[in-house]
Design a protein around this ligand. Structure first.
Ligand SMILES: [Zn+2]
Ligand SMILES: [Zn+2]
Ligand SMILES: [Zn+2]
Length: 761
């Protein structure tokens, strides 16, 4: 037998996730000696013993890692023997700043769930059960290191039984900072709208009863409040819509278990995996015809957004009522409420009662949203369960960058060394509260990632709030500030996710982004790398009458498209199509003709809106993207109808396509078949354009990015056509293709440019 001693260092998410006890147990099981210890940036292990036992030990690092641990990198070297006889967990060094990489919050694990429903367990039915493998993390942190005294759990003194578990390296709750039990931990309370307590032995049962009676409850969760309501009753859903002033936008559902989900939606293999993952996001699932869910939950759409219960409280509640609407507890356009008083003030007009508790939420975190695209999990909103887990980049950058993201679906990104940290979803920056929340997020993210940015990046749009904020921050901190074009940021966001820096063909299709020429872009084909881009093709411009108003009333876009495509007879066709009341047409047409109060747009998202209006699918919308989403929902696959763009110079010309759509519609062809052909025409355009560029420029990697690629039909069709021609398709998975992913692209572009400037070239 050969005796050996190895020194190992592990980097990544390795602290506060049960990594040390795992090392301890594994080493002991193999009769190895040595120690494990947290350092400021890593975990240090020294291991001594029989060589083959050490090999087995190393193997189990690959196969048996605790579920939340992520080893980003490891180093290893041989050391002189010390003749240790036992294996120990050594105290962290005093100066050790615990994790640079803080774990996201994680859904209740199977072990905790089994205890939750075990009458003999001391945490039976306790709504705050957790362990090192699950529970709150990111949302309860004040500061690093991640120790109990730096979390909102600091106010709860551990009872003796909990402390014993907390201190026992062999226990599943060894150093589980949010450890709690019914004797020493947080408790539930049920409150009236005015904040007075409702007397009850069992707040949770009382809450379920009220929900079943048709009341709307505000429920404090992991990253904020939800508004909950019975999803099976149309009258309750209508009441929630009215009180929340929410027109037709779909509500997310929380459903008791997979069996109950399968009664209302189709669940494929990838979707099943996403639903049951430790991140437990909302998953978009194709609806089944059912008589369970009220029709007004997700009107006009092909899919429901569904999640499983992810906290013990949810499990206990859903056990009593299987289908709930669980929508963000906020006023329109404002951030989700996290504090009890804040919730009472802001949600008092919406909720009938409040189920709350005394474990504080420090950081807001909305539910994440994901779907299956091309058979892969694709994140559309990256928040709870994912933030602030970092993304590894293709190289190290210096100095660090703060990127402020887009105006809608805002997130921020901090780039440090070779990691990018995206914040949770901040939202649309339309209200003062949302803007305050952005400022607060910057401070918190800088603190927990220990980053001092040397560059600030923002969108090119001069009137965006983020643009002004970037200027202010750059002034205050005396650092440079870099503007990044919106669609370039989209492309680079996808490249960064895939670890690519060299030139690609990028299709950046979305609703709105400020162009270099001051017009609205959104149907762009770029040749881009992580520093620069060239706009090689774009959708033909069309005018948006009344600017923002055209977005709310897509029939205005439909009219602009008709006037451009059928200059001789747009009026007769608009009337025959019933595009708008005849009286409404003339004034808008005159605005369009004179180009008064109009902006030019080459936006693919707006083209979807216009086509949706022409087909009679959606003439006025009540939420962003509604036209396009409903157009996708009515698609009927057919090969009988085909549509085509033409190309003039570097423009995609939609005019022949619009003329054909009008002819088909007026000759009685089904809107569903035309809608499908429209999707197919864009996919054909993507393939043909990529082929052209490949012929000239010898590029064969294609990025599909921008909000339009949340459209399943468009993305899967385009990917299939491109692959069949031998292209490598790069589509988003971890980072949203919509504006939620913009901050990453901005950060990487600014970092590249910053380095470039720094080198004095
Ligand atoms: Zn657990
Ligand atoms: Zn306890
Ligand atoms: Zn965009």
């Amino acid at each position: 037998m050969t005796r050996k001693r190895l020194g190992l260092k592990f980097y990544g998410i390795v602290q506060g996730v049960g990594f040390r006890p795992f090392i301890y147990r594994t080493a002991r099981a193999r009769n190895l000696a040595g120690f494990v210890k947290n350092l400021s940036d890593s975990v240090l292990v020294e291991i001594e013993g029989d060589e083959s036992a050490i090999e087995h030990f190393l193997d189990s690092l690959d196969t048996h890692l605790p579920p939340l641990a992520v080893i980003e990198r490891a180093t290893r070297k041989e050391l002189p023997l010390q003749q240790d006889t036992t294996f120990k967990i050594e105290a962290s060094e005093k100066s050790a700043a615990i994790p640079v990489h803080i774990s996201p919050d994680i859904a209740t694990c199977d072990d905790c769930l089994a205890e939750l429903f075990d009458p003999d367990d001391r945490r039976y039915l306790y709504p705050f059960i957790n362990c090192t493998n699950c529970g709150p993390r990111f949302t309860i942190i004040y500061d690093i290191p991640y120790d109990r005294e730096n979390t909102t759990m600091a106010v709860f003194e551990m009872c003796e039984a909990c402390r014993k578990e907390y201190e026992d390296p062999l226990n599943r709750r060894f150093h589980a900072e949010p450890i709690a039990c019914p004797h020493c931990g947080p408790r539930l309370a049920l409150l009236n709208r005015d904040g007075t307590g409702i007397k009850t032995q069992d707040p949770l049962a009382q809450c379920a009863e009220r929900l079943a009676r048709g009341e709307i409850l505000a429920i404090k969760g992991l990253g904020g409040f939800h508004l909950a309501a019975d999803a099976t009753r149309a009258d309750v859903v209508a009441k929630l819509r009215e009180r929340k002033r929410r027109g037709e936008k779909a509500f997310a559902l929380m459903v008791r278990n997979l069996e109950d989900i399968e009664k209302i939606a189709h669940v494929g293999e990838t979707e099943w995996e996403i639903l049951t993952s430790p991140q437990c996001p909302i998953v978009l699932l194709r609806k089944k015809r059912n008589r369970i869910i009220a029709d007004n939950v997700a009107p006009g759409l092909a899919a429901y957004g569904i999640m499983l219960p992810y906290t013990p409280l949810h499990h206990l509640l859903l056990d009593k009522i299987p289908y709930l609407i669980m929508t963000s507890g906020n006023q329109r356009d404002e951030p989700i409420c996290i504090a009890n008083r804040e919730a009472l003030t802001n949600l008092g007009g919406i909720a009938d009662a409040f189920l709350t508790h005394d474990r504080g939420i420090r950081l807001r975190c909305d539910d994440s949203i994901a779907m299956s695209l091309n058979g892969k999990m694709t994140i559309l909103r990256r928040s709870r369960g994912f933030a602030p887990a970092p993304l590894k980049l293709h190289k190290k950058f210096d100095p660090p960058v703060l990127a402020l993201g887009a105006h809608l679906k805002n997130t921020i990104c901090l780039l440090k060394d070779d990691f990018a940290f995206l914040s949770p979803h901040i939202g649309d920056l339309e209200t003062p509260k949302a803007r305050d929340y952005l400022r607060q997020s910057i401070r918190l993210m800088e603190k927990i990632t220990e980053t001092t940015p040397g560059i600030v990046a923002c969108d090119l749009h001069p009137s965006y709030f983020t643009h002004r904020l970037a200027e202010d921050l750059a002034g205050e901190r005396n650092i440079p500030w870099i503007n990044v074009q919106h669609h370039h940021a989209h492309v680079v966001s996808c490249m960064a996710e895939k670890g690519i820096k060299d030139y690609v063909i990028g299709f950046s299709f979305d609703g709105t982004g400020y162009g270099l020429d001051g017009k609205i872009w959104g149907g762009e084909t770029l040749i881009a790398d992580t520093k620069n881009f060239e706009r090689v093709y774009h959708l033909r411009n069309f005018p948006l009458a009344g600017g923002e108003r055209a977005i709310q009333e897509p029939w205005r876009i439909g009219l602009a498209l008709l006037m451009d495509s059928l200059p001789e007879d747009w009026e007769g066709n608009a009337v025959k199509l019933g595009l708008a009341e005849p009286g409404a047409l003339a004034p808008v047409a005159s605005v369009l003709q004179k180009r008064l109060n109009t902006v030019e747009a080459s936006s693919m998202g707006r083209l979807f809106d216009g086509v949706s209006a022409i087909l009679g699918c959606r003439k006025v919308i009540s939420y962003e993207g509604q036209g396009a989403m409903e157009l996708e929902a009515i698609c009927q696959k057919s090969t009988g109808v085909s549509l085509h763009f033409s190309r003039s110079g570097n423009e995609f010309d939609y005019r022949p396509l619009i003329r054909d759509i009008v002819d088909l519609k007026l000759s009685g062809e089904s809107a569903g078949k035309i809608a499908y052909a429209f999707h197919r025409a864009i996919a054909d355009l993507v393939r043909d354009t990529a082929q052209r560029i490949r012929d000239e420029r010898k590029l064969d990697r294609v990025v599909l990015t921008g909000g339009c690629f949340q459209n399943k039909i468009l993305t899967e069709l385009s990917s299939r056509l491109l692959r069949s021609e031998g292209f490598t398709v790069l589509a988003h998975e971890n980072i949203p293709c919509n504006d939620g992913g913009i901050s990453l692209g901005q950060a990487v572009i600014a970092a590249e440019k910053g380095e470039w400037n720094g080198n004095g070239r």
